[in-house]
Design a protein around this ligand. Structure first.
Ligand SMILES: *[C@@H]1O[C@H](CO)[C@@H](O)[C@H](O)[C@H]1NC(C)=O
Length: 225
């Protein structure tokens, strides 16, 4: 009997979802196995050095694919991803890297600008945030920027404070979405990663967040902003 209960829970969840007609996972439109792709010669490789790849964002209208890495945002052609991508180099400020190292963090895996938020903002701009060596920063990036040249860079002064938008620690999980010009971010919002919360920012309304140090917000409690 004891073995039965997990199954019943799963069934209850399935029926619960079906009967209320509420949230349903969307189905992938196409599925290929790895071997099918190889057989059809459809397996393409992005020419990237191995490293921290956190997000891919396709822009079907602009036929571009944006790739969020450590210290770099890449833009590659959706029509031929094997072409060399265009690169926007956006490192953490050297001062912050020094502070990060002094705090005992790892030079390669922590004290860099790990891009963790990559959202389409409007027709012309993306909104992107990085951990900035434990000093989160964000910036609006015009997608047309990538048309200008292959390699460009972004300095600290061109970016804005990313607190409440991006985690400090690149190892923390992050969820984000831009809805009607507002950024919703599910992040740990402090240096020690103790404070998990949802934040609403950008746009004209004031910044809002869920209760401080109350992780039940992220574990099943209903959300009312
Ligand atoms: C998109 O948002 C950016 C940043 O707020 C703004 O500068 C730009 O004019 C907007 N573009 C459009 C088409 O509204």
């Amino acid at each position: 009997m004891e073995l039965c209960w997990p199954l019943r829970v799963v069934l209850a969840l399935l029926f619960g979802t079906a009967s209320t007609g509420a949230w349903r996972a969307s189905q992938p439109r196409l599925q290929f196995t790895h071997s099918e792709l190889i057989q059809n010669g459809r397996l393409l490789t992005l020419p990237l050095v191995a490293g921290d790849l956190s997000m891919l964002l396709p822009d079907e209208d602009g036929r571009r694919l944006f790739v969020a890495l450590k210290d770099n945002l890449l833009s590659t052609s959706l029509d031929d991803i094997t072409q060399n991508p265009r690169k926007l180099y956006w490192p953490a400020s050297p001062d912050r890297v020094q502070e990060c190292l002094m705090a005992g963090k790892h030079p390669e895996t922590e004290c860099g600008n790990f891009l963790r938020v990559l959202q389409p903002y409007n027709q012309t701009h993306l909104y992107v945030c990085g951990t900035g060596a434990f000093n989160p920063r964000c910036v609006f990036i015009a997608t047309s920027l990538f048309l200008k040249s292959d390699h460009q860079s972004l300095s600290y002064g061109q970016t804005e404070c990313g607190k409440g938008k991006c985690p400090y620690d690149p190892h923390q999980r992050t969820a984000s979405a831009v809805v009607d010009g507002e950024l919703y971010a599910g992040i740990t919002s402090d240096f020690m990663s103790r404070d998990s919360a949802f934040f609403r920012s950008l746009g004209n309304r004031r910044v809002m967040r869920t209760e401080q140090y109350d992780s039940t917000w992220l574990h099943g409690k209903e959300l009312t902003f």
